[in-house]
Every structure is written in structure tokens, then in C-alpha cells.
Design a binder for this molecule. Sequence first.
Ligand code: USQ
Length: 401
Amino acid sequence: MTNMDVHKKIIVFGGDGFCGWPTSLHLSSLGHEVIIIDNLSRRRIDEECQTNSLTPIQSMENRLEAWKEVSGKHIQHYLLNVAEDYDDLLNVIVEEKPDVMIHFAEQRSAPYSMKSSRLKRYTVNNNINATHNILSAIVESGLDIHLIHLGTMGVYGYGTAGIPIPEGYLDIEVVTEAGDRVQQQILYPTHPGSIYHMTKSQDQLLFAFYNKNDKLRITDLHQGIVWGTHTRETQLDERLINRFDYDGDYGTVLNRFLMQAAIGHPITVHGTGGQTRAFIHIQDTVRCIQLAVEHPPATGDRVLIMNQMTETHRVIDLAEIVSRLTGTEIAFVPNPRQEAAENDLHVENGLFLSKGLVPITLNEGLLSEITEIAKKYANRADHSKIPAMSTWTKQQKPGLL
Ligand code: USQ
């Protein structure tokens, strides 16, 4: 029996979110026993910001009931705050004895994390405590659990001066005073662009420490910007539908552009649109997590870091593609963020390709995403939530926004 055929018990932290929900369904469909731990904070933030998913997502109870009906498989849900309820977290881990735990349970919006000092502190407290509580609980449980974490390409920063971004580690050579050449591999220096991205940079250090000190087996996935909505499993029944964020805080760039085109709103390019970013389709996200589950590091291995992205694009090029497909005009708006106006980006992603990932490209999915999702649910859109309102500095006030 190969590693791929083994059915595992898997806890998914943050299994109600945009990446966590389709991942939970996918792993369950493969025969793994999936347990979701989620405090439903993403839904609370929607209420706080008076925003909503463009798609009509169901309550957690309805989602799980629908999955049982459609697949015959049971997913259990624990309502638990991983960042705060350490004892409960430890108890669940000790009782359930999972083989694998997947950690999506972090506040994931850069603009939201920059909105106010309250939200900066919330993001830091939530994200870093969640990660540390999980690591600490694995050690205290005494169990040999493979931890998979959803990190971000944003820890590297985007100004790479032509250097292809390696998968986590950089080869360096230092010439000592005596003239000796010393070679080393170090964690690629982090260069986060928001409080949110900074928390993911801190996560890397926590992983490095627990890996060195306690020999924890950890995979850290540096994911690019996700686009798309459906995966094979979320399409099986409308009650399983994934969330689609389009608002100025949580909507990611390409999905925002697709939704804007669907409702005839000008496509909001920040600045010149010369920002180059890494992208991946949500279907490939869940496939990558499957591959990470099937290829765990061995005890004693260093943290396995893989770049979870399939393509790089400039924001302006994406806007032009969507504009060409739909006839929607492009609006250049002052950039509310502090980021380089233009950058090159070369990313190595050979690890996932070598494990069998066959990427979905933009060409294959864009039109259907516009018609099947954005247009279908356009009547649910609140147009007042489209502008990006979060600014990176107090002084900067984006004129048009
Ligand atoms: N942008 C626009 N117009 C818009 C929205 C965004 O031009 O209407 C620009 C932004 O200024 C930025 C780029 O598009 O230059 C990407 O913005 P984004 O909101 O799509 O992505 P980001 O804030 O980086 O965060 C998202 C996810 C985060 C994940 C990250 C991966 O929210 O959870 O970690 O993508 S990465 O960008 O590779 O770090």
C-alpha cells in the first residue's frame, strides 16, 4: 500500500473559510476522516464590515448536512477559538489523535489588517497565538502529527531583483576575513508588506524553532493569490458552494475584477497596475494540500517549504484580459497600499510540479468564472462595498476611493 492510499485522520483548522472549506470536502471525498475546527470568525468579520460573500454560502450545519447527503461522508465540526482556547484545543487533539493537521485558521486579509490599530492587534494576536497554540499542543500531546500550514508568497516580498524566489531557503556564500568561502542555506529573508503578511513571516520562525527543538514534522505552503470559486466537490450541490469575496478588504484582485466586469463596474487597478503577483486556482489549492498530505517530511527533516503558485501576472495585464473578454472599462485609482508601483517576479515551483500538480491556467477558467459565478450572483452584490478603503498610512488618502 502506498502512502497515497492510506486514509488519515485530518483536523482542518479554519475549515469554514475560502480555502479551508473546499479543502475539507476534497480530503473527505478522498476517504480521509476530516474534522473541522473553526470559530466562524470569517462570518463574524462579514457582519462587522457589513459585507457578504457574493455566493450564498450556507451555515456550517447546512453545509455539513448537505455533504453527508451528497457524499455519504461525515465531517465533524468543533466550534473552538484556536488562538484563545488552548485547553480545549489540546483536549480535542488528545482525544482525536489526528495524523495530520492543516492550519488555515488565520486572519488572511492584508487591507483588513491595516485598517486600524485594533485590527492590527487582532491580526497579530489571532494569527501568532493560533500558530503557537497549535505547535505547543502538538508537543504537549506527545503525538507524531504532520502539520501543514497555509503560508503566503507575500513573506518573500515582491522586489526580487531578478533572483528567482526559491522554495523557502536561499543558498548563500560568505567570504570570511581569512578569505574562506562559507556556504549556507538560510530561510529566505522576509519582506512583508502588511501586518497580515508580517504574521506569516513570524509563523516561519515558530516553525523553524519547533522543528529544531521538538523535531515536529511541518510543511509550510507559500501560496499566491487564489482565484476562482468552485472545486469539483463544491459544485456537487449549491448548498456546498464556496465563498466569493469581492469587497475592498477581502476580495482578492482577480476575483474582484471578474465580479466588477460582471456588474459593469470599472475595473479598479491600483496605481499603474505594474505590480506582479503569483496566482493559483482554488482547484489547484485543494490538489496541492492533497499532495502535501501524501508527501510528509520525515522526522528529523527541516521544515518543508513549497511555493504553492502556478502563474505570475501583472495586475494591469489581468485587468486588460478581463476588459477584453467583457468590454468593461479600466479605472486607474490611486493605490491605497504602500507597495512598489512595479516589480518583476520569478518564482520556483518545481516541488509541487514534481509531485504531480498539473496547473489550471487562466485561459481555461476565466470566462466560465465570470458567467457561472459572478454574473449568476451579481444581484447579491452591494456596490458600495467595492472600493478599497483601507490605507497603509494615516496621511495617505486615496482621492477616488
Ligand atoms: N489590487 C488592485 N486592485 C484591486 C485589488 C487589488 O490593483 O481592486 C492590487 C493590490 O494593490 C496588490 C495586488 O492587486 O498589488 C494583489 O492584491 P490582493 O488583495 O489580491 O492580494 P494580497 O493583499 O496580497 O492578499 C491575498 C490574500 C492573502 C494571500 C495573498 C497571497 O488575501 O491571504 O496571502 O493574496 S500573495 O499576494 O502572494 O502574498
